[in-house]
Design a protein around this ligand. Structure first.
Ligand code: SAM
Ligand code: NAG
Ligand code: NAG
Length: 322
């Protein structure tokens, strides 16, 4: 510490001497030039002490070199690892995919102890708290749903962010109309967001427990879709990680949960892991300025890192892995 101060003092002396000398012999522009060169040199010396932090900063141009210098860890599949940075590392390997025929049973067994949550629904003490049908969505019937369902003919759809089921039920109706036997898994904690009841006062609360999942389920019952739609009532992070671990993959994966950059980034990375090869991933709000364009920034960065193309369909972004 003391030494450092001395060193600094010496530098200051040195600097003053130069300026004093320059006052006599040099013109003004020359003095500026000397000062400029001096501050650059100082800046360079300071920066070189913190190379470790600079190294970890990932930009698209450093990405390739960092892969070359740090080959992926042996246990991970090469194509799954895009960089050595922790920001890009998500659970690397999913279990071998299970057959789409087994998806519903797997979720029932693993999440619902083998019994459909729609059995004997709604329970008597909840019935009076629900409306026969209460749906509100955002762009939930956009053309993108029909376009992609016609194109992909999905056996399994995974929706990340469901709310009252507007988009899920729309997709159930589309697949039924096309004669597809599609399972739609709806990942949502069914908590909405803190204060969402300001706009949805009619969604009841019992001792702090929101009836959002029950109202969603009631909407599914109303739409005769209980055989094709299942809730997965957990946070997107933990639910998607488990689907990956169980080998439950989607032919179509819709991402529409948290819209801030960090939520969208995490959801998109995890969603891509559970996308069946050749499947399509898509999501809402590519154009809204909400959350500082968090969705758009996450989608673009993801596409850039993976070398994928972002297509646009109405308000939605689309990434086709085929
Ligand atoms: C915009 S809404 C989904 C709307 C729906 N896709 C539609 O079009 O009708 C977003 C939903 O994401 C859910 N959500 C947000 N962050 C979540 C998280 N981390 N885990 C689980 N669900 C989350 C909220 O509960 C909310 O229901
Ligand atoms: C789960 O299912 C088993 C077998 O049907 C049953 O015995 C058990 O009580 C169930 N557990 C819960 C928590 O419902
Ligand atoms: C659900 O099925 C019932 C009985 O088959 C039918 O009356 C009703 O119109 C259907 N509702 C919808 C929304 O398809």
């Amino acid at each position: 510490m003391k030494e450092e101060k001395q060193h600094q003092n010496q530098q200051h002396h040195h600097l003053r001497r130069i300026i004093m000398i320059s006052n006599k012999k040099f013109t003004r522009p020359t003095i500026y030039l000397i000062l400029l060169v001096l501050s650059y040199t100082l800046g360079y010396l300071c920066a070189s002490t913190s190379t470790t932090t600079t190294k970890q900063k990932i930009t698209s141009s450093t990405l390739t070199t960092s892969i070359a210098n740090n080959p992926p860890i042996a246990s991970a599949a090469t194509d799954d690892v895009t960089s050595d940075s922790d920001h890009f590392r998500f659970l690397t390997r999913c279990a071998d995919p299970i057959s789409s025929k087994l998806v519903r049973k797997t979720i029932l067994d693993r999440v619902f102890n083998g019994t459909s949550p729609f059995n004997e629904f709604p329970p008597p003490h909840i019935k009076s708290l629900l409306r026969p049908k209460r749906i509100k969505g955002w762009g939930s019937k956009g053309a993108v749903f029909e376009n992609l369902i016609r194109k992909v003919k999905p056996r399994t759809i995974i929706e990340v962010g469901t709310f009252l089921g507007a988009s899920a039920i729309h997709m159930a109706e589309l697949t039924r109309g096309l004669g597809l036997r599609t399972q739609i898994l709806c990942v949502d904690d069914f908590r909405g967001w803190p204060g969402f009841r300001d706009r949805f006062k009619d969604i009841q609360m019992v001792n702090g427990d929101l009836m959002l999942m029950y109202q969603f389920m009631q909407n599914v019952v109303y739409s005769n879709a209980t055989k094709s739609v299942l809730p997965i009532p957990f946070s997107t992070g933990s639910a998607l990680e488990k689907l990956c671990e169980w080998g439950v993959l989607g032919d179509l994966v819709e991402v529409d949960a948290g819209h801030d950059f960090h939520s969208a980034w995490s959801d998109i990375n995890r969603a891509y892991k559970i996308l069946r090869p050749g499947g399509v991933m898509f999501g809402h709000d590519y154009f809204t300025s909400a959350d500082e364009r968090g969705v758009r920034r996450a989608v673009n960065l993801f596409a850039q890192v993976k070398g994928l193309r972002v297509q646009v369909d109405g308000q939605h972004w689309v990434i086709d892995s085929a």
